[in-house]
Design a protein around this ligand. Structure first.
Ligand SMILES: Cc1ncc(COP(=O)(O)O)c(C=O)c1O
Length: 375
């Protein structure tokens, strides 16, 4: 191409890499039994209430959805004791992140965040030419809020915090959040990405953002994780009317779709499904963590629906990833997060986790032979 059509900061971006889809692995290896433990989805699937609402909505897809999403917003208002003007909806919480960068971030403005955090927001921030200031983590993989606070300047537009964080599964405590907020000036917006909130909320020192009222904090949550609706793309955010009002100006009017709105509305009515999801996660998470620890596999303590572990090298990570694929188990190597010497395993059902343990029993002896027992 003769003429440069794309700014440098777009050309430098890399396309986001999602977890390997089940169908792709089935095609590649001719396998029928596949367990996907790669994208932190809800292994129990969606609630039947969500399915019923979405099925009923199919009859109305010749109409545009309600751009005010009255029904879904009313349910969220009731659940969180909020006003509709404080709520923004989008195509997944990443859809809302897209509105955030469009509304608030300009080229060369700074985003302060941690190293190795959720890539989705980092890509979006770079896509508008913002400058990323990524602060190293502490030795225990947690965000270093003291170091982050020191990086905030006149030019800092956004502080991005995934709490809990993906891919480490760690979280910032109430005390750390309070510390950070004391150092955030009025001209800086704090994005609290709480995609895994439901899994972390019972942790005693986890700062549930709904109990705070800061004018410059935007909380993002999603129906993709604990509510089991990744496929329909529906996320929601809370914040001051001023921020939410401006996000609405750049929001595409008919996002989320009719099906997404109805699925999310149905999911909110099924609290028992959420509880079953959290119970399964708690049980299987504990078993997985103990399994990894007892095999000297360095799991990081997490309050989410996944566990990340240190393999020690990219070669070791890819060995585990590829060998497990041969057994029909999909996990996630973390090269894209600049943690090539780590892998992430999402929590599945009991059956899926047993599939993982069976596969590991075949793979581990060769892994240990190649890479040693202690890393
Ligand atoms: C921390 C974090 N935030 C946001 C998202 C995106 O979620 P959504 O499906 O709502 O766009 C993810 C998905 O993996 C995530 O891990």
């Amino acid at each position: 191409m003769q003429k440069k059509l794309v700014p440098d900061y777009i050309e430098k971006l890399e396309v986001y890499q999602a977890g390997k889809p089940i169908e792709e692995l089935a095609r590649e290896k001719g396998l029928t039994k596949i367990s996907k433990l790669a994208s932190n989805e809800n292994p129990l699937g969606p609630s039947p209430f969500a399915i019923r609402e979405m099925t009923n909505a199919l009859w109305d897809v010749h109409r545009y959805p309600d751009m005010f999403a009255h029904q879904l917003k009313s349910s969220l208002c009731e659940l969180y004791k909020l006003k509709p003007q404080n709520i923004i909806l989008g195509n997944g919480s990443e859809g809302i992140m897209g509105y955030i960068v469009r509304a608030f971030l300009q080229p060369d403005e700074e985003v302060v965040t941690s190293e190795n955090t959720f890539i989705g927001f980092l890509i979006l921030a770079k896509s508008v030419g913002a400058k990323l200031i990524q602060v190293p983590r502490k030795a225990d993989y947690k965000y270093d809020v003291v170091a982050m606070a020191k990086k905030i300047t006149q030019n800092t537009k956004i502080v991005y915090i995934a709490n809990p964080d993906n891919p480490t599964g760690t979280y910032i405590t109430k005390e750390e959040f309070d510390y950070l907020m004391k150092h955030v000036p009025d001209h800086t917006i704090v994005i609290l990405d709480e995609a895994y909130f439901e899994y972390a909320q019972s942790t005693w020192d986890y700062p549930d953002s709904m109990t705070y009222r800061y004018d410059n904090v935007l909380t993002l949550r999603t129906f993709s994780k604990a509510y089991g609706l990744s496929g329909i793309r529906c996320g929601y955010g809370f914040g001051h009317e001023y921020l939410v009002g401006n996000l609405h100006k750049v929001k595409l009017p008919f996002e989320p779709s009719l099906i997404a709105q109805q699925g999310a509305y149905g999911a909110l009515k099924d609290y028992p499904h959420l509880l079953r999801t959290l119970d399964n996660n708690r049980e299987q998470h504990e078993i997985l963590f103990d399994y990894l620890a007892s095999h000297d596999l360095n799991p990081i303590k997490s309050v989410t629906n996944f566990v990340t572990l240190k393999t020690g090298s990219e070669e070791a990570s890819l060995f585990l990833y590829n060998e497990l694929l041969n057994h029909g188990v999909i996990i996630r190597p973390l090269r894209a997060n600049l943690m090539p010497d780590h892998i992430r395993i999402s929590i599945g059902t009991k059956e899926e986790m047993n599939h993982f343990y069976e596969a590991m029993s075949q793979v581990l002896p060769r892994y240990k032979e190649k890479f040693g027992t202690k890393i």
